[in-house]
Design a protein around this ligand. Structure first.
Ligand code: DNO
Length: 348
């Protein structure tokens, strides 16, 4: 696997020159964050990002994400126009030679946490999720939570959530299948590997359905438009927030369809609460080392990135995306990859 790290563009407190000094880091995971969701990216925009990354001696390996507009998830009358724009973005990405595109299909909210700086016993801070804190304010839920990719006004959020009232999980699944049947043939023609990101957390939030949470859900995605270019982002932290997702088993089962890996650990408390933990396997509930080694043994040579880290050594910045802990994580992952390489050599 190829080591990559996420970079949020010129406004990211962690500059590219620092990422370049992480040993064995070759690739950057980026996006055009200033293009509004639903608008088509231009080739010039993608070229600009690629050139900036390349000037720092790195490659733009993955686009994360080309956001999917709510009209597509809702399956309303505007969806075909939105899909056309998504396809135009895909064409811009392909024209610049970038081969992997990550996206998600979570209604309204992207990843959700209830505290972005929970103080740990060692003085570091981490992101945590407490289900009661999302749903526990009388039924309507809060209008703003830390970590949402889109900032909604309370009125916009209420209207958007109302639009989902009649959409069941099966309805959302049908809209996902419609989207996949439209975009996968284009991705195949362009040679771009699509990698859907699982729901984070992998259960319904605020009454909105989520349909990319379990092994059956991943299977549904792959069957909806069977093609080598229709694949998965294997996010250990998202999938691993559910105790009934057996990560080593999922890694073995889905390896041929995994085009991108997000690695991190979580410490689960009960069914619906968790803390983000340091990567080392025994710090969390996930068998992270075993899972990554399985992917390295049986999977393809795909990009992997350390996902969120804690804030350590007094670092401040974008929650989950500081430099120090993610660099430690990259080294832990690199050690696991080296171990598998040595293992393969000793059997050769
Ligand atoms: C959080 C990320 C997500 C991810 C999207 C992919 O840090 O893993 O925001 O980028 O869900 O579409």
């Amino acid at each position: 696997m190829r080591m990559t790290m996420r970079w949020f563009g010129p406004a990211d407190p962690v500059p590219l020159w620092k990422l370049r000094q992480v040993p064995n880091l070759t690739g950057i995971v980026g996006a055009l964050h200033d293009v509004p969701t639903g608008e088509a990216w231009t080739r010039a925009g993608v070229a600009g990002l690629r050139q900036t990354v390349e000037r720092h001696g790195l490659a733009l390996s993955v686009i994360e994400s080309v956001p999917v507009h709510e009209d597509i998830k809702l399956g309303n009358a505007r969806r075909d126009g939105r899909i056309a724009a998504w396809i135009a973005s895909l064409e811009a990405v392909a024209a610049e030679g970038i081969g992997v595109v990550c996206y998600n299909f979570m209604p309204v909210f992207d990843w959700t946490r209830t505290d972005l700086a929970s103080v740990r016993a060692d003085g570091s801070t981490a992101l945590v999720y407490r289900h009661a804190d999302v749903t526990g304010d009388g039924g309507d839920g809060p209008t703003v939570l830390p970590g949402w990719a889109e900032a909604y006004t309370p009125a916009a959020l209420t209207a958007l959530r109302a639009a989902y009232t009649d959409l069941s999980a099966d309805g959302l699944r049908a809209n996902l299948a419609y989207f996949l049947r439209a975009v996968v043939p284009v991705a195949a023609r362009l040679g771009v590997h699509l990698a859907i990101h699982p729901d984070d957390p992998p259960w319904p939030v605020l009454g909105l359905p989520r349909v990319v949470s379990t092994a059956d859900d991943l299977d549904f995605v792959l069957r909806a438009a069977p093609d080598a270019h229709n694949g998965l982002t294997f996010c250990t932290g998202s999938l691993g927030a559910r105790a009934d997702n057996d990560l080593p088993a999922l890694a073995r089962r889905f390896a041929p369809h995994i085009h991108f890996v997000h690695a991190r650990n979580v410490l689960r408390h009960g069914q619906r609460d968790f803390d983000e933990a340091a990567h080392v396997s025994d710090q969390g509930s996930i068998e992270l080392a075993r899972t990554v080694m399985i992917l390295a043994r049986v999977g393809s040579d795909v990009p992997i990135r350390p996902d969120h880290g804690r804030m350590i050594w007094g670092e401040t910045g974008r929650p989950g995306y500081g430099l120090h802990d993610r660099a430690l994580e990259a080294m832990y992952l690199q050690g696991l990859l080296d171990a598998v390489t040595l293992e393969k050599e000793s059997h050769a």
